[in-house]
Design a protein around this ligand. Structure first.
Ligand SMILES: *Cc1c(COP(=O)(O)O)cnc(C)c1O
Length: 376
């Protein structure tokens, strides 16, 4: 650190320079996060000093958190769900599986996740000492329930289903996983980190949330399609008793117990999530999702005209395209400012149609993609 303090003006100039190196969302088609809603930003700034690690001092923020959980519970099929605002999908998934492990005292526990599971489950395996078993996917990249069933044994503590897979935006057959979970007396966690704020607003209805008997917990992130500020994840349980294995005594705080993985944690993101959810309401999110799905349709139409097919008909605002000479095409697109991403298996181009994009930019992308393919 510099010995003498640096004047504010100079510090701000340094920040300005750093920000220039950051990529603005304008041509980013790879991100699951987006420009937060302005009201979330306002609320975030207003509550910038609030610490939910010691919520006894921040009763107002604590009430906001309870309201956010209530709103999310309503959105996900159970008004009485309980939980808390995490730092994101990773923390939510860790905590859900930690609950499952601690409720089910097994010496060598294992969990069965779809092969499409987010890499946070590999972290979980390492952190929590739970063996990870990956179940095969079917031709549409949904988990194959027979492959799940085959791997269940006496040491299995949990099944995981994904509602909105990171790579394909696909929704696993949660109702069928729930039947397996019930008949084997297992915890069923649904990872809807991305899909939680998308699936409830799609025209087509899917059984993926607490309305399905047998679903124990759900991850859904306000900081992805919830339009809230980072870091805001959501972890919801159907039963209050699921919070007990996470409880820890906190003798020197103004509260006696804590359930979060993080100690000090942002009340600002709680306020941000509350503000944007209250402001948009179900109708507001429906509009946003509708717009993203229209952009998705437009993109697929345009790429089909170029002779490029999606690997599956998009279920949500994620498109996976079978692009020839993928690496080369992506490099050329990058030179034109576009940020795209890939799926692992099979390797293909993965694009997210997030709220920060618009019709004009999609048109431009299709045209640039066409140029990059033709200029091989
Ligand atoms: C993004 C994502 C996560 C991880 O969420 P973070 O907020 O990045 O920790 C977990 N699961 C799925 C399905 C995701 O898409």
């Amino acid at each position: 650190m510099n010995q003498k303090g640096c004047p504010e003006k100079e510090v701000l100039a340094l920040l300005e320079n750093a920000m220039k190196k950051d990529t603005s969302y304008e041509k980013v088609l790879s991100a699951m996060c987006t420009q937060p809603h302005p009201i979330a930003v306002k609320a975030h700034m207003q509550f910038i000093a609030s610490n939910m690690g010691d919520f006894g001092l921040f009763q107002g923020t604590k009430e906001l958190e309870e309201k956010v959980i209530k709103m999310m519970g309503c959105m996900l099929g159970d008004d009485n769900a309980c939980g808390y605002i995490t730092t994101g999908g990773t923390e939510s998934n860790i905590q859900a599986l930690r609950t499952a492990r601690n409720m089910d005292n097994k010496k060598h526990p294992n969990m069965i996740v779809p092969d499409s599971a987010h890499f946070s489950f590999d972290k979980i395996a390492d952190l929590l000492g739970i063996e990870i078993r990956k179940a095969q996917l079917d031709a549409e990249f949904k988990v194959d329930e027979d492959s799940v069933a085959e791997q269940i044994d006496k040491n299995t503590i949990a099944l995981v289903g994904i509602a909105g897979s990171t790579e394909f935006g696909q929704i696993d057959p949660i109702d069928r996983l729930a039947k397996l979970a019930i008949s084997n007396d297992l915890f069923l966690h649904v990872d809807a980190a991305f899909g939680g704020f998308v699936i409830p607003f799609l025209d087509k209805k899917y059984d993926f949330d607490f309305s399905v008997k047998g679903v124990t917990s759900i991850t859904a992130d306000p900081h992805k399609m919830g339009m809230s500020t980072i870091p805001a994840g959501g972890l919801l349980f159907r039963e209050e008793e699921c919070l007990l294995p996470l409880e820890i005594d906190t003798p020197y705080l103004t509260i006696r117990k804590q359930h979060s993985l993080a100690g000090t944690r942002s009340g600002a993101s709680v306020a941000g999530a509350y503000a944007v959810m209250k402001h948009l309401g179900m109708d507001g999110y429906k509009k946003i999702v509708k717009r993203c799905m229209e952009m998705t349709d437009r993109l697929v139409e345009g790429t089909r005209e170029l002779g490029i097919e999606p690997l599956i008909e998009p279920v949500m605002n994620i498109v996976v395209l079978d692009v020839p000479d993928l690496d080369e095409v992506r490099k050329k697109l990058r030179a034109k400012g576009w940020v795209t991403s890939i799926t692992r298996n099979p390797k293909a181009m993965r694009l997210l149609l997030m709220p920060h994009l618009g019709d004009e930019i999609i048109k431009l992308f299709i045209s640039d993609l066409g140029d990059c393919i033709r200029s091989k």
